[in-house]
Design a protein around this ligand. Structure first.
Ligand SMILES: Cc1cc2nc3c(=O)[nH]c(=O)nc-3n(C[C@H](O)[C@H](O)[C@H](O)COP(=O)(O)OP(=O)(O)OC[C@H]3O[C@@H](n4cnc5c(N)ncnc54)[C@H](O)[C@@H]3O)c2cc1C
Length: 385
């Protein structure tokens, strides 16, 4: 078998890349570890897409149910600091869009079905000379000749392991709980985020057509706070704190899913014909809802460089294409990862001075229009740095 791009991982980013390249007549094959049916699950987990990511999905004709966010209210639960963002401040209809992870995953998977090999994974990659094909061997011993091997296989990327990429990782020592809820007193198109000793609590509108549920919660909790309690008991015992902060009843509607929060990044994204994209290259704290958006920004640049390479020559310079991708994305991702770490540490601190500074800081930024616009445009994906 022969293809131009072999994509390890049929998640959102892998399937997006395959669809985008297909629209430009560039062949790809997606290798997905799970079975097709294994990926159809109850809608619980959501993603917040920024405007740039939504535009990429619109361009390839992916349309799923979205809930719009027009305002974001951020509060320091332990103090008086607060900051509000509104789409009006940047002259836009929306700030971001909430989508169910499974809806988006399935819509993208539909587009790549005929190019996906399920229940398989890459076990060996023999990189060829530059401009020659590499040979990929799958776990069923099938062999593929390919120009590029794109690792879109998430946090424990097999491509990164095979390519011996050097990883830097760090546990946040936090667990994220996520679940859907009904509320009786929150604005329909507003998201709320509260930083407190009980954790970082974000509540957002859920996409319509999902029965009675109205909102979705992502709550990151310090493992020290959890002690021996399981996550479910902790959520049930502590949710009233946020009910009183927000002035609404919050009724849990779904199962509570939990994720261990770790950030990781690679010293390089490229080795021979191998390249890391999306969560395979980096993962970040969910507090800013930027993980998938960084992945889409990576995928966009990767596709652009491959498409441009083929516009220039029918044998594009493999090294040049991949190096350009790495140069354009790695340092930007690093800035985002480091800023998020600083944010998490500042809000986790019990130091009185840090608490004072963060309260003054939040409220001051709230009053400075140009700084607010900068933050909003960043979150919307309108600024590249
Ligand atoms: C609680 C929580 C909330 C989040 N909320 C947001 C949010 O609001 N907004 C946001 O932008 N981001 C959010 N994120 C981050 C976001 O979920 C990820 O950034 C995103 O899912 C990464 O997509 P991906 O396609 O790169 O990787 P993944 O989603 O990890 O997909 C990887 C795919 O590869 C497959 N695979 C794995 N190993 C192999 C292998 N060896 N061979 C073949 N296939 C393999 C997997 O089965 C999967 O299909 C959140 C994360 C968490 C944990």
């Amino acid at each position: 078998m022969k293809t131009i791009v072999t994509i390890s991982g049929g998640g959102i980013i892998g399937n997006y890349i395959s669809s985008k390249l297909h629209n430009h007549n560039i062949d790809s094959l997606v290798i997905e570890k799970l079975s097709k049916s294994n990926q159809v699950k109850e809608n619980i987990r959501t993603l917040t897409l920024n405007q740039a990511s939504k535009k990429l999905l619109d361009e390839i004709g992916v349309n799923v149910n979205y809930a719009e966010i027009k305002k974001i209210f951020v509060n320091d639960g332990e103090g008086s600091g607060k900051i509000n963002f509104s789409s009006d401040e940047i002259g836009s209809d929306n700030l971001s869009y909430v989508v169910f992870f499974n809806d988006l995953q399935q819509a993208l998977q539909q587009k790549t079905l005929e190019r996906t090999i399920f229940e398989n994974e890459i076990k060996k990659i023999i990189s060829g000379e530059p401009s020659k094909n590499s040979e990929v061997t799958l776990s069923n011993n099938q062999s593929i000749l390919t120009k590029f091997v794109a690792g879109c296989d998430g946090r424990n990327s097999k491509v990164a392991k095979i390519g011996k990429f050097k990883e830097i990782n760090n546990s946040y020592n936090q667990t994220a709980a996520t679940f859907t809820v009904t509320v009786n007193n929150l604005e329909e198109t507003s998201a709320y985020q509260i930083f407190s000793e009980k954790g970082i609590f974000a509540i957002m509108p859920a996409p319509k057509s999902s029965g009675k549920l109205t909102h979705t919660v992502v709550w990151s909790i310090d493992n020290k706070r959890l002690k021996d309690a399981d996550i479910e008991s902790y959520v049930i015992d502590n949710i009233n704190y946020f009910e009183s902060k927000l002035g609404t009843k919050i009724k849990i509607f779904s199962k509570i899913l939990s994720f261990n929060l770790i950030n990781h990044h690679y010293q390089s994204y490229v080795s021979d014909s191998m390249v890391l994209i999306g969560d395979a290259a980096h993962s970040i704290h969910p507090l800013a809802g930027q993980g998938i958006n960084l992945g889409f920004a990576d995928a966009q640049v990767f596709c652009e460089e491959i498409i441009r390479g083929f516009e220039r020559s029918h044998e594009p310079d493999q090294k040049l294409v991949l190096k350009k991708y790495e140069i354009k994305r790695r340092s930007l991702n690093l800035v985002m990862l480091k800023s998020m770490d600083l944010f998490v540490n500042t809000f986790n601190s019990n130091n009185l001075y840090t608490k004072l500074i963060r309260n003054i800081g939040l409220s001051s930024v709230n009053k400075i229009n140009f700084l607010k616009r900068l933050f909003i445009n960043h979150a919307a994906g309108n600024n590249k740095i």
